[in-house]
Design a protein around this ligand. Structure first.
Ligand SMILES: NC(=O)c1ccc[n+]([C@@H]2O[C@H](COP(=O)([O-])OP(=O)(O)OC[C@H]3O[C@@H](n4cnc5c(N)ncnc54)[C@H](OP(=O)(O)O)[C@@H]3O)[C@@H](O)[C@H]2O)c1
Length: 274
């Protein structure tokens, strides 16, 4: 994957506790590792309990600390809410939350169903709202919420249900930061650009058509796609007291991809080979 060359930075998160939804792999796993490396304890959830157990033991082995796991499908009623409450009790409350789970269902407007649109909302903005609401009583004053949106949330692209659900997260940060001000809870959104992750669409394109991948990577201002660690660092900053003045903000973390005229990526047909 793309190597990070950034020097180590301390975010001052030692002894703090966080919930990261979808912390078993991808960006959520990178955030979990960074928080644990800082000396924080983390609760993570996802559907695959074996992947969660592997992630937790690897993080605990590398950094110590506590990683609480819970097998949760955010499309199933109450599982996310139950895990949020149980993990808050186990960690003694939260200093913040990263609503990282995301995804899409269905294709274009004429192919996708009402269920696809509802599920896509639940996977993104919907789960974020439910996580924040169920964690609210557990947040200590000064807590910070980060919603993981996407470049697709403000650079419209196919399929519309994904971008619309991601745009909702940008909106939610602005609206919820006002509503949660009395609790002294901040809410911000990060919008990653294209991240190169093992086994995911960019990696598959790289394996299948290295030239197409290299051409796309070269069009990015820094000549490559993002790695998960550099997005995780911005999230850690937003969770930290160093970002106390940042609230209700939308922060693109895309290496300047849109300024180079790139949206969320090449056309779907190029990415999937369909
Ligand atoms: N990758 C990119 O290039 C990119 C770019 C822009 C924005 N983003 C956004 O960044 C976030 C993370 O993306 P990623 O690529 O790292 O995702 P990922 O590799 O697909 O990982 C997603 C995590 O969420 C969990 N998850 C997925 N569906 C779930 C469900 N129904 N219930 C509970 N857990 C579920 C997964 O575990 P299980 O599968 O075991 O459930 C996994 O831990 C998403 O919000 C995504 O939209 C990603």
């Amino acid at each position: 994957m793309e190597e990070s060359t950034a020097p180590a930075v301390s975010y001052g998160l030692r002894g703090r506790t966080f919930l990261v939804t979808g912390g078993s792999r991808g960006l959520g796993y990178a955030v979990t590792r960074l928080l644990a490396a800082e000396g924080a304890s983390v609760a993570i959830c996802g559907r695959d309990s074996e992947a969660l157990a592997r992630a937790a033991s690897s993080v605990e082995e590398d950094f110590g600390g506590t990683v609480v796991t819970g097998s949760v499908d955010v499309l199933a009623p109450d599982e996310l809410e139950d895990f949020t409450v149980e993990s808050a009790a186990r960690l003694g409350g939260f200093d913040g939350l990263v609503a990282n789970i995301g995804g899409k269902r269905g294709g274009g407007l004429l192919e996708s169903t009402r269920e696809d649109w509802q599920a896509t909302w639940e996977l993104n903005g919907g789960h974020a709202v439910r996580a924040v609401r169920s964690a609210l009583e557990a947040f200590r004053p000064g807590s910070s919420v980060v919603l993981v949106s996407s470049i697709s949330g403000w650079k419209p692209r196919f399929p519309a249900q994904y971008g619309a659900a991601k745009a909702s997260e940008i909106y939610l940060a602005g609206a919820l930061c006002q509503e949660l001000a009395p609790y002294r809870v901040r809410v911000n959104t990060v919008s990653p650009g294209s991240i190169l992750l093992p086994g995911k669409s960019w990696d598959r394109l790289r394996q299948r058509d290295p030239e197409a991948y290299a051409a796309y990577a070269a069009r990015n201002p820094n000549g490559r796609l993002l790695n998960a660690e550099e997005v995780a660092r911005v999230i850690a900053f937003l969770l930290s007291p160093a970002s106390e003045a940042v609230n209700g903000a939308h922060i693109p973390v895309d290496g300047g991809q849109p300024q180079a005229g790139l949206g969320a990526g090449p056309a779907v047909s190029e990415r999937t080979g369909m």
